[in-house]
Design a protein around this ligand. Structure first.
Ligand code: BF8
Ligand code: SF4
Length: 656
């Protein structure tokens, strides 16, 4: 049976809280959500699905078939697939650049005294970043350091000269830079490269699939650069995350509180809303509530979870459902991954959808025009709108699933080093490399990425996470993958006892023992490293492991997995993971299978050149096997290379 003919139903989730809301809606009302729209959308077009539909010029769409093996201009399927793919990488990079640039603007305003409600919260991080990018730090105050850091960040964003971007050069091992230079994919800057890619993929420019893909990889390195800038600047402005304890899933909605869901990606406003919500208790009490409670969706949620201990409400796919509990008074959105569908759902309830960014609006919603200059005032305006909505809430419509789980989060790289440092203060990362060398751990896996209705919601994440835990893999997570772990009770100490294999259990127990006077809570099964932008933290972990072993990253038993990838950002992140030497599992096959050549580059040629490669695997059981095999292959090779180097008293082999 072809993919388009498969039977689909609207219970495509394993989240019990989401299922309760869907079932209640089926019995009760007619609110349409993404789960129903997916059903209506079937069958989906296979030309688009496999990447062989070109709409780049106005003669299109050109679709590659047996009868028409080339586009009207003569473009082969491989050129069309490669162009579409790298435009997608460019879209993801553009979105991350948008986010990070906003952080940059905000800090520039802080420097100029135009954003009085913000200040540098983490001088130590500012100093560390300044030192890392090669600035002189001795005798300089925060403002001088900040100015230097921002100037360099601006250069990485937009310079047109050819010197290496600082956020790339200083965060990867030197061997990586050599590979980028030799393959001619060392980018000039983020904006320049996005523009190059759009130009190179215009009608009648580049038709060479390898050349196109390499440009795509160069673009993905820019995605990495601006994500790393975004993480660093957010830490400088709001503080570097430390371990926090809270809860996740719909049970965090408190019917006696004014409930505000913050949703999107950018922490600039959500941080302020969280702070103001705490201060506006009396206003909420005057309206008859006990106070104001904030909770997070998607990556804005991850940002305020990591730094402000704000509960997780849900992840991408189930974003419409909390409104249908009747308990959400306002859903405040900034940018990215916000379904326009939330507006129509909110029309059936008292919930106010509040957009906040001038370039991200939804018709018919409330709009609070956010500015750094008036951040507190704007945040108060948002909270007031929520309090007004609370007054209109009809208690009888509240139907909140009583499902929530304990969550331990807040594991920035600095926090990881602190935890590991309790065992080995001089070489914290050696605690992990020793555990891998001795076979106690099989490696490290990063779970990242979204949800996607092509596969049942949360199911692949949960299955593969449990398999990795059982097989003694140290697990870190970001984005909506972390959301799954939090919602389903995989991000706490109970999950360690329940799911970890003996080696992983021992490893985490020894960290708990060493940290017993430092940490309030025991360590979780899945270490939450932050939002999607914070995949930069996860890559810092890979780099740290590589440096500890003295090898290039393709030798490190570290695999990334995006079992439910959805967005263009996920495409760009996956691409830089591969370029930076990481085997990368994707559980939803991207739109490349229409060209065996492009598919082959992703699966095979990438490894020869960069050491990283893609693994497409939709079946979670098979995916777990393939991820473990990728880890084992690397551990085995590393061991052999080390033994050989010792035996012949030579350097460790540089190859992979
Ligand atoms: O940046 S994981 S659905 S929310 S894109 Fe979006 Fe995907 Fe979620 Fe965060 Ni990332
Ligand atoms: Fe068709 Fe070529 Fe135009 Fe693409 S660029 S739409 S393949 S004519």
């Amino acid at each position: 049976m072809s993919e388009g003919k498969k039977k689909v139903d609207n219970r495509r989730t394993i989240d019990p809280a989401a299922l309760q809301v869907i079932d209640h809606n089926d019995g009760n009302g007619q609110v349409e959500t993404t789960y129903e729209r997916y059903v209506k959308m079937q069958p989906q077009c296979n030309f688009g699905r496999t990447g062989v539909c070109c709409r780049i010029c106005l003669q299109g769409p050109c679709r590659i078939t047996k009868k028409a093996s080339k586009g009207i201009c003569g473009a082969h399927g491989y050129s069309i697939v490669a162009r579409n793919l790298i435009r997608s990488i460019s879209g993801g990079t553009g979105a991350h650049a948008d986010h990070s640039r906003h952080m940059l603007y905000a800090l520039m305003e802080v420097l100029e005294g135009k954003a009085p409600d913000y200040k540098v919260e983490d001088s130590a991080k500012l100093k560390r970043v300044a030192e890392r990018i090669g600035l002189e730090v001795e005798g300089k105050d925060d403002n001088e350091l900040l100015e230097g850091v921002l100037q360099q960040a601006m250069a990485d964003f937009s310079k047109i000269t050819s010197e290496t971007c600082k956020w790339l050069e200083t965060t990867v091992v030197p061997e990586r830079m050599e590979v980028f230079k030799s393959c001619n994919i060392n980018p000039r800057s983020v904006h320049t490269t996005i523009a190059e890619t759009m130009g190179q993929t215009h009608m009648g420019v580049d038709a060479d699939p390898v050349n196109l893909i390499f440009q795509g990889l160069k673009t993905s390195l820019c995605d990495y650069i601006c994500m790393h800038i975004g993480t660093d600047l957010s830490d400088i402005l709001f503080g570097t995350p430390k371990p926090v304890a809270t809860e996740a899933n719909f049970g965090v909605i408190d019917p006696e509180m004014v409930n505000i869901a913050v949703h999107g990606h950018n922490p600039l406003l959500s941080e302020m809303i969280v702070r103001q919500a705490r201060e506006m208790k009396s206003e909420a009490e005057a309206a008859g509530a006990k106070g104001v409670k904030c909770m997070g969706i998607c990556c804005t949620g991850n940002e305020v979870l990591m730094r402000q201990e704000i509960p997780v409400l849900t992840n991408f796919l189930s974003q419409e459902l909390p409104i249908m509990t009747g308990g959400i008074d306002a859903m405040v959105v900034d940018v990215q991954c916000i379904m326009p569908g939330i507006k129509a759902v909110s029309d059936c309830y008292h919930t106010r959808i509040i957009t906040t960014m001038s370039h991200s609006k939804i018709p018919g919603s409330y709009h609070v025009d956010f500015s750094e200059e008036h951040a507190v005032e704007k945040a108060r305006e948002v909270v007031n709108l929520a309090i007004e909505a609370y007054k209109e809430r009809e208690e009888k419509t509240c139907n909140i699933p009583d499902i929530k789980h304990k969550v331990i989060a807040g594991f920035s790289m600095e926090a990881m080093e602190e935890v590991l440092g309790a065992i080995n203060p001089d070489e914290p990362i050696k605690v992990v490399t020793d555990a891998i060398d001795s076979g106690q751990l099989r490696g490290v896996v990063l779970f990242a990425g979204c949800n996607n209705l092509r596969v049942p919601h949360d199911a692949s994440h949960a299955h593969i996470i449990k398999e990795m835990a059982k097989n003694d893999v140290l697990i870190v997570a970001t984005g909506c993958a972390a959301g799954t772990a939090a919602k389903l009770g995989l991000m706490n100490d109970e999950a360690v006892e329940k799911y970890a294999g003996e080696g992983l259990k021992k490893f985490i127990h020894s960290l708990n023992e060493a940290n017993k006077d430092k940490l309030k809570e025991k360590l979780p099964l899945v270490f939450h490293m932050g939002s999607c932008v914070d995949n930069s933290r996860a890559y810092d972990f890979t780099t740290a492991l590589a440096r500890q072993w003295g090898v290039d990253t393709p030798k490190v038993p570290f695999v990334a997995s995006a079992p439910e990838a959805m967005s263009e950002k996920a495409v760009s992140i996956g691409s830089w993971c591969v370029t930076l030497g990481v085997p990368t599992h994707v559980g939803v096959v991207p739109e490349v299978t229409g060209s065996a050549l492009v598919d082959g580059i992703a699966l095979q040629i990438a490894e020869d050149v960069y050491g990283g490669y893609f693994i497409w695997e939709e079946d979670p059981e098979k995916a777990a096997e393939k991820i473990l095999a990728a880890l084992d292959e690397r551990s085995w090779k590393l061991k052999i290379h080390k033994q050989t180097a010792e035996k012949y008293e030579t350097e460790l082999s540089a190859g992979w």
